[in-house]
Unconditional design. Structure first.
Length: 189
């Protein structure tokens, strides 16, 4: 399945290893990654509440780097759609509104129950677990996914990670199928 535009929900941007891997994949021209300032605010707020060792300034720097690394990633002007949408959790309507306005065909999220097909199908959007999303990128370019993993692993220097340690980190991000596939190409990462 080819994905053209993917909106990343805050829950997949919250864990740094997953966020960084998705960001690296975003630079490989397999899909166009999108998000909003409201999505940024949500993941940053949650990280700050659980990680007192991090500061708002550090996470705002991450926000700026993300916005610069992926051109045209910010969706704006979607707010007018929110009130007309119905989802199991009304607090997630902004994500669907952004996906509609940003002409996305995928919302990448762990919270699949919050984005039921009945609410997304009329807009030509589907919700995918990050493992399913990343795994689908192998069909577009196995070498690009491996290259993203290699680059991502190379940036991890405190401490550096072996291929096995790196794959274990990805497995802890609930990327079991992706890790299984990457293990077959361990010499490339």
């Amino acid at each position: 399945m080819g994905v053209h535009v993917a909106v990343f929900d805050a829950c997949v941007l919250y864990p740094a290893p997953l966020r960084d891997f998705l960001m690296e994949l975003s630079t490989k021209d397999l899909f166009r990654a999108k998000w909003t300032e409201q999505i940024h605010d949500e993941w940053i707020r949650n990280v700050l509440s659980n990680r007192p060792d991090l500061t708002r300034e550090q996470l705002d720097r991450t926000r700026r780097i993300m916005n610069q690394a992926v051109p045209d990633s910010l969706i704006e002007g979607y707010e007018w759609l929110i009130d007309d949408l119905a989802l199991p959790d009304p607090d997630d309507r902004h994500v669907l509104a952004a996906a509609i306005h940003g002409q996305a065909n995928v919302i990448v999220t762990f919270n699949l129950r919050d984005f039921p097909p009945a609410a997304l199908d009329p807009h030509g959007i589907e919700a995918l677990h990050p493992d399913d999303f990343v795994f689908s990128q192998f069909d577009l370019s196995m070498s690009a996914v491996c290259s993203a993993a290699k680059t991502h692993r190379a940036r991890l220097k405190k401490p550096p990670k072996s291929v096995d340690e790196y794959l274990e980190t990805l497995a802890r991000q609930e990327l079991a199928e992706t890790v299984q596939r990457l293990r077959k190409f361990a010499d490339l990462i």
